[in-house]
Ligand binder design. Structure first.
Ligand code: UDP
Ligand code: MG
Length: 319
C-alpha cells in the first residue's frame, strides 16, 4: 500500500462527501494503492451515517467512531495505529486542506527521503485577529522551544513515513507538536511545504480561543518532558541548590553582622527587623520544596514502570 489518508473529524457532515470525492479523484488519477481512514471523534450529527454510506460504495475507506469526543490527538492516534501505507498523510475534514497537495507530499517522503513533511498555510483564510496573530506568536514560541524551523506547527496537512507515526505517542492536545515529538524520537529529516488553504466552507471551527492558553501550557509541558522527564532531580535539585545558596548567604550575612556588632558593642537591631532575615527564610523553604519535588518526581518515575529506555534503530544478525 502506498498511501494512508488519515482524517479526524467532529461534526463535519456537510463536507464529508465532497472531501471523499476530491481525495478519490486525486489518488485515482495517479494510480496509487491507498486507503482512506476516517476517525469520527464522537460526532453528534449525521457524519457517521454518511461515512457508513461512503464505506459501502468504496472498499478503500475504513472508519472508526469513538464513543464520545476524545479530541483530535486521540483521533490521530487511532488513525496512526491502523495506517498501513508507506506514507501516511493527515488532513482535516473541513475542506480547508487541499487534497491536490497529496501527490507532492508523497513524493517528498518517497523521493526526497523526508521522515515528516509539515504543511505551511502561508496564505490563510481564517479570521485575522482570532487566528493569524496569535498563531504567529504561538509558532514563534514553538520554534524556540523545539528548535525546528517550521512556520505552521498546527497545520492539519502533514505527511509521514509509516514508521514515524508508529513511533510517536500523540496524547492530550499534542497534535500541535507532532514534528517536535518526531524529533524527540530521533527523526531528523523534517521538512515543510507551502500548501494551499481554503476558508472553512461548512460548519465552524472546533477549537475556541482557549486553544492558545492550552497550546502554551502543552508547550511548557513538552519542554519540561524533553529536557527533564528522565531526571526531574536535575531541574528541581538545581533550583533547590540555588535557593539554599541564596538562603545560606543571607543567613551568614545576618549572623556575621550581628556577631560583629555584638563584639564591638555597637547597638544592633533584632535579626527579625532585617529584610535579609525574610529572604533567608523564604529561600530555605523554597529550596526544601524544590528538593521535595525532585525526590517525588524521581520516585514517581521509578515506580511508573515507564523508565525511558532506548529504542533500537537497526539490527544485524539478531532477532
Ligand atoms: N476535530 C476532531 N476532534 C475535535 C476537534 C476537531 O476530530 O475534538 C477535527 C475537525 O473535525 C477537523 C480537524 O479536527 O477535521 C480540525 O479542526 P478545525 O477545523 O475545527 O480546526 P481549525 O482548522 O480551526 O484549526
Ligand atoms: Mg479547520
Amino acid at each position: 500500500m502506498d498511501i494512508s489518508i488519515v482524517i479526524p473529524l467532529l461534526n463535519e457532515e456537510d463536507s464529508l462527501l465532497e472531501l471523499h470525492q476530491w481525495i478519490t479523484r486525486v489518488l485515482e488519477a495517479d494510480k496509487y494503492l491507498y486507503e482512506i481512514i476516517f476517525i469520527d471523534d464522537g460526532s453528534t450529527d449525521n457524519s457517521w451515517k454518511i461515512i457508513g454510506n461512503i464505506c459501502k460504495n468504496d472498499p478503500h475507506v475504513k472508519a472508526v467512531k469513538f464513543k464520545r469526543n476524545y479530541g483530535k490527538s486521540q483521533a490521530l492516534h487511532a488513525g496512526f495505529s491502523m495506517a498501513q501505507g508507506k506514507v501516511v498523510i493527515t488532513m482535516d475534514a473541513d475542506l480547508q486542506d487541499n487534497p491536490e497537495e497529496i501527490p507532492e507530499l508523497y513524493q517528498m517522503i518517497i523521493s526526497d527521503n523526508y521522515d515528516l513533511v509539515s504543511g505551511w498555510k502561508k496564505i490563510r483564510y481564517d479570521s485575522k485577529i482570532k487566528k493569524n496573530i496569535p498563531s504567529k506568536l504561538f509558532n514563534w514560541a514553538a520554534r524556540k522551544v523545539s528548535g525546528l524551523p517550521l512556520h505552521d506547527f498546527n497545520c492539519g496537512l502533514k505527511a509521514y513515513k509509516n514508521q514515524v507515526v508508529k513511533d510517536i505517542e500523540v496524547y492530550g492536545e499534542m497534535h500541535r507538536y507532532i514534528p517536535f515529538l518526531a524529533k524527540n524520537e530521533g527523526y531528523t529529516r523534517i521538512g515543510e511545504k507551502i500548501v494551499k488553504h481554503q476558508a472553512r466552507k461548512y460548519g465552524e471551527t472546533k477549537f475556541g480561543s482557549d486553544r492558545f492558553v492550552k497550546g502554551v501550557l502543552d508547550l511548557i509541558t513538552l519542554w519540561f518532558l524533553t529536557r527533564f522527564a528522565k531526571r526531574p532531580m536535575h531541574l528541581f535539585g538545581a533550583l533547590g541548590i540555588l535557593m539554599f545558596l541564596i538562603g545560606g548567604i543571607a543567613t551568614f550575612s545576618i549572623l556575621a553582622a550581628k556577631a560583629y556588632k555584638l563584639y564591638y558593642h555597637i547597638p544592633t537591631h533584632l535579626v527579625t527587623d532585617r529584610p535579609w532575615f525574610y529572604i533567608a527564610l523564604a529561600a530555605m523553604i523554597l529550596g526544601s520544596q524544590f528538593f521535595l519535588a525532585g525526590f517525588l518526581g524521581e520516585m514517581l518515575l521509578k515506580n511508573s514502570g515507564k523508565v525511558i529506555r532506548y529504542k533500537i534503530d537497526k539490527k544485524i544478525n539478531t532477532q
